[in-house]
Write a new protein. Structure first.
Length: 441
């Protein structure tokens, strides 16, 4: 058998396999010999059918089966020996003139190759790493929120200033249906808040979304409207009041402090504010890291140029999903996944060039940290090492979890590498400023 590669361009090739009679005739003859004692042809006793008739009845089907086996095995061995860095898997190329009766049978397979490219992590960039600070306004709001959360809700007949209202925002045409709790001071216009005064459970207040809040982004929180829809949104929504409560604020005393953070951890309002600031900025740091990673991904995709075998990958997506797609559907899937594939290739090259690998100890350390953070969120601030190790062991026994966590470790190492090489600019902002930067406003 003759096998060769024909280059179409830098990222597309065709593997051409020429199969001749000698490549498969021995196995075909063996199969026919095995078939003879079992063959049944009218006019002949079982086992007495002449070879010519056996070959006529079964020969072509056996020949096709054996040739396909020979081709599949040869292709597998060839790919292994050539060590090709491919995208996807080979796709058979169909030829209208192909005939199983030809003396030479030519099989062609299209392949897409990983492109050759260079990356420069030291290249100038305008990426910003945000250092998000919890300002006094945010901390004071959180103190009030805590006092309300641990205070007493006293049911009321009618709405008055300072009361909490639980109800549902609805607009059928725009698929808005969100139950939430509000206070009247969330509204930008005092006249809007005044519409609620004196209302009771079951009443409906109709509002216009344009300029409803100080910041249009609050529509995302209270109405669950997508970010791309909030700016200038000008529709009517109904707020159906379900309950009205006056809130007796919890006292800022040792009993409350102990409920929040454990016995004797904090003892004064200043210590409470310091703890709120610490916890908030720890959460903000995670959000900052996520934005930084998104910006790094975008920068590297934009600045690292290489061609992909698009036509091949579209055809591959068309044939290799859970169901076969139309070419139009495959085009859409390719466009959805293209940037992800580009970054996957860039990431792999960056880690390889810098000799960065993920080992089991990395994975275990990352998982341990994640488990401790999750336990702290549920109030388990001081779990024993044995408790944590037991959970880590169970998590790492799940292959799906290992795959997911490994991807996170790789992303973390990639981000650290970028910080060291590219040195993004650090900018100190409040959380409100960060939200505006996040959405590009």
């Amino acid at each position: 058998m003759d096998i060769k590669r024909v280059a179409i361009d830098a990222v597309n090739e065709v593997i051409v396999m020429t199969v001749v009679h000698m490549d498969y005739k021995g196995q075909v003859q063996k199969r026919l010999n095995e078939k003879m004692p079992l063959a049944t042809v009218k006019g002949f006793r079982k086992g007495q059918v002449p070879m010519a008739l056996v070959e006529k009845q079964y020969g072509k089907a056996i020949k096709i089966e054996e040739i396909n086996k020979v081709v599949a095995l040869a292709l597998e061995r060839y790919l292994a020996s050539e060590r090709l860095n491919m995208l996807g898997s080979p796709l058979p190329k169909f030829n209208d003139s192909f005939s199983w009766d030809n003396e030479e049978l030519i099989f062609e397979y299209e392949i897409g190759l990983v492109p050759s490219f260079e990356i420069n992590l030291d290249a100038p960039n305008s990426i910003i790493k945000y250092d998000i600070k919890a300002d006094d306004k945010l901390i004071d709001e959180q103190v009030v929120r805590i006092q309300k959360q641990f205070g007493n809700a006293v049911p009321q007949e009618t709405v008055a200033a300072g009361y909490e209202l639980t109800g549902t925002f609805t607009n059928k045409e725009n698929n808005i249906n969100n139950t939430t709790t509000i206070t009247l001071d969330i509204f930008k216009d005092k006249e809007v808040a005044a519409q609620f005064i004196g209302k009771k459970a079951g009443d409906v207040v109709t509002l216009n979304t344009k300029g409803l809040f100080e910041d249009d982004h609050q529509l995302m929180d209270f109405l669950k409207v997508a970010h791309e829809a909030v700016h200038g949104l000008d529709i009517s929504v109904d707020f159906t009041i379900e309950s009205v409560n006056a809130i007796e604020m919890a006292e800022l005393n040792q009993e409350l402090f102990n409920k929040l953070f454990g016995e004797g951890t904090i003892a004064t309002l200043d210590e409470l504010k310091a703890k709120i600031k610490e916890d908030a900025e720890a959460q903000f740091a995670q959000q900052s890291e996520r934005k930084l990673m998104d910006d790094v991904v975008g920068f590297l995709i934009e600045s690292t140029k290489f061609d992909l075998p698009k036509e091949f990958l579209v055809k591959w997506l068309q044939k290799n999903g859970k169901k076969e797609l139309t070419i139009e559907e495959a085009e859409i899937e390719y466009l959805k996944s293209e940037n992800g594939l580009r970054f996957q290739l860039i990431e792999g090259k960056a880690l390889s060039q810098n000799n960065i690998q993920v080992n089991f100890e990395d994975l275990k350390a990352f998982t341990t940290t994640s488990i401790r953070q999750q336990m702290a969120q549920f109030g388990q601030l001081n779990p024993t090492p044995e408790e944590v190790e037991g959970i880590v062991a169970r998590v790492l026994s799940n292959q799906e979890e290992v795959k997911r966590l490994s991807e996170q470790v790789v992303a973390e190492k990639m981000l650290q590498l970028f910080k060291e090489k590219a040195k993004p600019t650090t900018k100190e902002v409040t959380y409100d400023q960060f939200v505006k930067e996040l959405y590009g406003e």
